[in-house]
Ligand binder design. Structure first.
Ligand code: ARG
Ligand code: ZN
Length: 795
């Protein structure tokens, strides 16, 4: 192997004194000496010279000597150089290795230029193979759309066929055949077309929404064209079939071309001088609601005299009903840039919203990625407005077909009169959205999670997640083909582990413990026996299509008291003036205002305002004033080595003030002090009468700064006359939640020899706690990791 630079080097970056002729200028690449022995090179791009492994590096020479070193190592790619200036160089792998040893500051901009060249060659070839898209530079009347569809069928005879769903009613005297185009990969004996699930798209129920038939036609066109060159389209078309009807309201569409550009409805003669039924209010599912449709003939949302009164909706209904392989449906409209899932007729979502919850954000993201156009995704009724008797409500509500309305461009500037130069961009972005939906329909399985997905999980604790894969499209589970992928949200590559299969559709994924408070990203994958895979989320690991979860820190108690022993609380404070029912540590006796037991388990004692039940509920309760329970001073500073920690106060409390003749007269302030009781800040003012122990947790920093002299007090009182007040406190804790020092194996707040002993014991017992590196096995690497952490110690 030669270490010399490729010969094309100099022609890539031509440097002249003071001037810089940019890369890829005419001539430079077409030079005959670069043409490969095969005579070149697709599209005149030389392919015989490879830049495999050559990097583009930005380096800054600090001295003239360093600059000379750099110049000798590689080819300058910047227009200007000099000491102290960042300069780009193209470096061979060997030069890059040498540069690393010099210590000259640099960053690698691209590790392998050949990947760029390869992508450029592919893109040029792809573009050159494309037919002229000029037809999509303008809108077309019905007859031209039909001619175009016929041409597509003639051009792609093995993939496209036309179908018709019958004729329109002829309200203006002419009946039109309602035509569609079916698009799928070629029918083969191994992969019969008749086995493929279908997606049904219709457009132009509303006559004036011209971008919708244009987009539907564009999608058909591009699927057909890209099959030959785009692996993703090919994989999709080999597993699903698209059924596309660009003009669902042909009579209305013709009318917008001949007479009235902004006509919306069909052309029914309503017999009262008005014309037209809103076809998208005429479908039978929840037809006839006045919220979202109109009974008035002259209204733009006139729903018709009965559900499916219109020939157009009848034709579409009968076609869908006769096509049991249809799994998904999109009804294209304009305008608004919206992706609307059910329901339209009501606010809210259907009982099984899982497909929509999964698809809405992924379709939105795919559309966004193409031209950075924001489409809003959500349930139709709440995202846009109520509309009853719509097509997608019927396809989903009546037929179980996942149904959407997509409102195409724009977001409300030119509206229905969208300039024709937006047809292709609108088509491209929606093709991307449709691909995502198609791939969802095509995937062999769908996923469900019997226990849900965890909301958050504790640091360093492995999580088991049950994953059920059910057939979606000819999927037979490969028992060893289930994997879970995960990585820290901060980056890195996904690692995966096999999910354990139970033989009947259910996998168990185990995600090992993660670094403390480091959110993770994850997704699932199940393979079918024929080598396809399904993922959850379906587009994973595309950005935005992975699951992500926060990991919570671990808790460490700084003070914990179950009141079974005396931990230094003060039960009486100067100024307390209650004459009965003062705080004591005791075992409560039940009456209408008191519990039968303390809160702790095990345990019997709590702090209480006199535990005795007495003969009537008013005996031994608080009377005539205040009684105060005050904690000892607590060191509420984070423990040694505990980082990112938050300090919390938590307690179980009992409060009763709804018995007796004057209920609800009193409250119990709970207060916190960070200065040993000199001043107090309210934590809560209790007035609930739950007749139950209730656990409350507060983050200290929301109230006061946690200090080494934190105190909490409970001010129970009977200020009104005649009311019965009882209060209790149990299981009082101050704890830190954060990231413990890893060397503090036993979580006692210090790292010492006992951590070593405890780890060694857990390791010997192969206890899961000894899985120190969180990889789900206890092995020598855990031992090494622990020793390393122990050597580091805690701050
Ligand atoms: N613009 C469409 C129409 O009025 C939208 C209907 C879809 N759903 C909805 N909830 N608005 O027919
Ligand atoms: Zn519409």
């Amino acid at each position: 192997m030669t270490l010399s630079r490729p010969r094309a080097f100099r022609s890539l970056f031509v440097l002249l004194a003071g001037t810089c002729i940019p890369v890829l200028a005419s001539g430079a690449l077409g030079a005959p000496d670069n043409t490969g022995a095969d005579g070149g090179a697709r599209q005149g791009i030389p392919t015989s010279v490879s830049y495999e492994g050559f990097a583009l590096v930005r380096a800054t020479a600090r001295t003239l000597r360093e600059q000379m070193t750099l110049d000798a190592m590689g080819q300058m790619a910047s227009c200007r150089g000099g000491v102290g200036v960042p300069v780009d160089y193209i470096l061979s792998p060997q030069s890059l290795a040498a540069l690393r040893m010099t210590g000259i500051p640099h960053t690698v901009l691209n590790a392998n230029i050949e990947t760029l060249l390869r992508a450029e060659r592919d893109e040029i070839a792809r573009r050159a193979s494309q037919r002229d898209l000029a037809w999509f530079n303008n809108y077309h009347p019905l007859a031209e759309i039909e001619t175009y569809l016929a041409q597509l069928v003639a051009t792609y005879p093995t993939m496209a066929s036309s179908f018709n769903v019958g004729t329109s009613p002829g309200n203006d005297g002419v009946q039109y055949t309602m035509r569609g185009i079916a698009v799928s990969g070629p029918d083969t004996p191994q992969n019969p077309r008749a086995n493929r699930p279908q997606l049904f798209f219709n457009a132009c129920q509303h006559a004036r929404e011209w971008i919708s038939p244009a987009t539907a036609t564009f999608i058909a066109d591009q699927l057909l064209e890209k099959y030959a060159t785009d692996a993703r389209v090919r994989a999709l078309l080999d597993h699903v079939e698209f059924l596309i009807i660009p003009v669902s309201n042909p009579e209305g569409y013709v009318y917008t071309w001949t007479s009235e550009r902004l006509w919306r409805k069909n052309r029914r003669n309503n017999g009262d001088g008005s014309r037209g039924v809103d076809l998208n209010r005429n479908w039978s599912y929840q037809w006839g609601l006045n919220s979202g449709s109109s009974p008035s003939t002259g209204n733009e949302t006139y729903r018709g005299p009965s559900a499916f009164s219109e020939g157009e909706t009848q034709r579409l209904r009968d076609f869908i009903t006769a096509s049991p392989r249809i799994r998904a449906h999109i009804d294209f409209h304009s305008y608004g840039q919206l992706i609307l899932s059910p329901w339209s007729y009501a606010l809210g979502v259907p009982p099984d919203n899982s497909a929509f919850a999964e698809m809405n954000p992924q379709i939105r993201q795919a559309i966004l990625n193409v031209n950075l156009k924001q489409y809003t995704a959500g349930p139709g009724g709440s995202t846009l407005y109520l509309a009853s008797g719509t097509a997608p409500d019927w396809t989903f509500g009546q037929r179980g077909i996942w149904g959407w309305t997509i409102e195409l461009r724009d977001a409300g500037v030119e509206g229905f009169i969208l300039p024709p130069d937006q047809i292709i961009p609108t088509g491209r972005e929606n093709l991307a959205g449709v691909m995502v939906l198609g791939e969802y329909v095509a995937q062999p399985f769908r996923f469900s999670f019997p226990d849900g997905l965890p909301a958050a999980w504790p640091t360093a604790t492995a999580q088991n997640i049950r994953v059920v894969a059910s057939n979606n499209n000819n999927g037979e589970i490969s028992p060893t083909g289930g994997r879970v992928y995960y990585r820290p949200a901060s980056g890195g590559t996904f690692v995966s582990s096999v999910m354990v299969y139970d033989g009947s559709g259910q996998f168990t994924a185990t995600i090992p413990g993660q670094a403390c408070l480091e959110p993770i990203q994850y997704y699932f994958e199940v393979a079918s026996t024929d080598g396809r895979v399904a993922r959850y989320p379906s587009q994973a690991p595309v950005p935005g299509s992975v699951l992500s979860r926060a990991t919570s820190g671990t808790e460490q108690n700084l003070f914990a008291d179950d009141f079974e022993t005396d931990r230094g609380w003060t039960y009486a404070t100067a100024g307390d003036n209650a004459t009965t029912g003062r705080w004591v540590r005791c075992d409560p006796e039940q009456n209408a205002a008191q519990p039968a037991d303390d809160f702790s388990n095990p345990g019997t004692l709590a702090a209480f305002t006199d535990c005795r039940a007495g003969g009537s509920v008013g005996d031994f309760d608080i009377d005539n004033g205040t009684t105060t329970l005050t904690s000892p001073a607590i060191n509420a500073t984070p423990p040694e080595g505990f980082t990112a920690s938050e300090i919390y106060v938590s307690y179980a409390r009992w409060y009763s003030n709804d018995q007796g003749s004057a209920p609800g007269q009193d409250t119990m302030p709970v207060e916190i002090s960070s200065n040993n009781g000199a001043t107090w800040t309210a934590l809560e003012t209790v007035n609930e009468n739950l007749n139950a122990w209730t656990v409350k947790t507060f983050r200290v920093s929301d109230f006061v700064t946690p200090t080494a002299t934190l105190r909490v007090r409970f001010v129970a009182r009977d200020l009104g006359s005649g009311s019965v007040v009882e209060a209790g406190v149990d299981d009082f804790r101050v704890f830190a939640n954060g990231c413990p020092c890893r060397a503090d194996f036993n979580n006692d707040g210090t790292s010492d020899f006992f951590d070593y002993l405890d780890f060694a014991a857990a390791f010997a017992a192969e206890d899961a706690a000894a899985d120190f590196n969180g990889d789900s096995v206890v092995d020598f690497f855990d031992y090494l990791d622990f020793v390393a952490a122990f050597d580091e110690g805690c701050e």
